[in-house]
Design a binder for this molecule. Structure first.
Ligand code: UGA
Length: 434
């Protein structure tokens, strides 16, 4: 027998949580103030690219376990309500809680007194403890999400852990939240609210530190003639390090890692703690963009500061990583923009970004056909690791370029794929031409 669950916010976290909880047998009401989005969802149309999500939404609708509405009053019978709202980066790098606070105002008077309110949004340490007194709302439990875009449904249904932070006096509320996940069989970890909130920031910032370490290591590999792939293969086989998050790239991005890493740094500063390695990870990430720009300049002009003016650059990939159409804080977009600002003529293709719907990107021309990026290009630059780029007809692309050079920031291609095409491949942290 499922619980009656409310979800506030139909973004990728809210929608995934709502659809997966319905799939696990709960009765879910998902509220969002975007009426057009609600109408689309009611019709079974999912506005984001997320594998398996449309199927789960349609399953929930068909089985009458999933309801979408713009009326918060519909939450009045819910036993548990999950807040899944954006907490974007606000002034000075701290999280902006404006949307969450507005929602809390609205929920006052709607939620029944015995309802358990759950913060799933990433919120500063201390938020869950403050809400009950500030808004006169019932028990607040912190249950941060660890969903990766592009794998959100899988991560929800097969989590490494479910983290539930609650005050000791709220242990029954915590039990009720834990019961929502019973169908996943995942280990449940209990803590106080502050530890759960901090664990979320710490996890994302730790991943960011790991990635900046690898990106700088790749730079060192290029200098000493080592191969980053061999180095990280060896590192990753150590259980204490693990093989994940060891692939170098154009820098880490997306709507979470940069924001949460900055927020952790600001929280540390505000508490008088010098979290130097987190600061350095952020700096190294900016440096990574500069490294890619230098590599492109050298590939095109022969020197790291040569002019790109008038040079055509073909860009493959705009999303912040493969498997999503999300351009927020995308290193690919940042680098394409920098190229454009340096007067290169940038033509970009991404399987999830259509020419017609593409946002204005500082003069970057978005095309629907990957082969168009090669036309008279001085270099092709791979910025997102879409696997389908491996199967492009590289001989056909080579026939159209002015200069047959590929800057592969993701080490997606290998020499074998390019044999006989005439392309020179410049990888990241790999031996060979740089
Ligand atoms: C991240 C975390 O991985 C999730 O656990 C977390 O729940 C989520 O943020 C969130 O806070 O909501 P996501 O933003 O989807 O998930 O992106 P990641 O898969 O973590 O990738 C972040 C960036 O690191 C991307 O730009 C990606 O290309 C880059 N990356 C990742 C690499 O450059 N190399 C790697 O080996 C892995």
């Amino acid at each position: 027998m499922g619980n009656r669950v409310g979800v506030v916010g139909a973004g990728y976290v809210g929608l995934t949580s709502a659809a997966c909880l319905a799939h696990l047998g709960h009765h879910v009401v998902c509220v969002d103030n975007d009426e057009a989005k609600i109408a689309a969802l009611r019709a079974g149309t999912v506005p984001i690219v997320e594998p398996d999500l449309p199927e789960l939404v349609r399953e929930g609708l068909a089985e009458n376990r999933l309801f979408f509405t713009s009326d918060p009053g519909a939450l009045h019978e819910c036993e548990v309500v999950l807040l899944c709202l954006p907490t974007p980066m606000g002034a000075a790098g701290t999280a902006d809680l404006g949307v969450v606070e507005d929602a809390l105002e609205t929920l006052t008077g709607v939620l029944p007194p015995e309802c358990v309110l759950v913060t799933k949004s990433t919120v500063p340490v201390g938020t869950a403890a403050r809400i009950p007194a500030l808004f006169g709302l019932p028990a607040v439990v912190s249950n941060p999400e660890f969903l990766r875009e592009g794998h959100a449904v899988h991560d929800f249904l097969h989590p490494d852990r479910v983290l539930i932070g609650a005050d000791e006096r709220d242990h029954e509320a915590a039990d009720r939240v834990a019961a929502l996940y019973a169908g996943t069989g995942a280990p449940v970890l209990r803590s106080d609210t502050a530890s759960a909130e901090l664990a979320k920031y710490a996890s994302n910032a730790f991943l960011a530190v790991k990635l900046s370490f690898v990106n700088t290591l790749a730079e060192l590999c290029e200098q000493v003639g080592a191969d980053i792939t061999k180095v990280t293969d060896a590192m990753g086989m150590d259980d204490r390090i693990g093989p994940a998050f060891l692939a170098p790239g154009p820098g880490w991005g997306g709507s979470c890692l940069p924001k949460d890493t900055r927020a952790l740094l600001r929280a540390a500063e505000a508490s008088g703690v010098d979290f130097a390695m987190v600061r350095d990870a952020l700096r190294a990430n900016d440096h990574q963009h500069a490294m890619v720009m230098r590599k492109i300049r050298r590939a095109v002009t022969g020197t790291v500061d040569g002019s790109l003016s008038g040079t055509r650059i073909g860009v493959l990939g705009l999303a912040f990583k493969a498997g999503t159409g999300d351009l927020r804080d995308s290193p690919a977009v940042a680098i394409a923009r920098q190229l454009s600002h340096h007067d290169a003529e940038v033509t970009a293709y991404d399987p999830c970004v259509r020419e017609a719907g593409a946002p204005a990107l500082d003069g970057i021309r978005v095309v629907d056909d990957p082969y168009l990026v090669a036309k008279r290009a001085g270099a092709i630059v791979i910025l997102t690791e879409w696997p389908e780029f491996r199967s492009l007809d590289w001989t056909r692309l080579a026939a159209d370029v002015d200069r047959a050079v590929i800057v592969d920031t993701r080490n997606l291609l290998d020499e074998r794929l390019l044999t006989g095409t005439g392309f020179t491949l410049l990888g990241t942290g790999t031996p060979g031409p740089q």
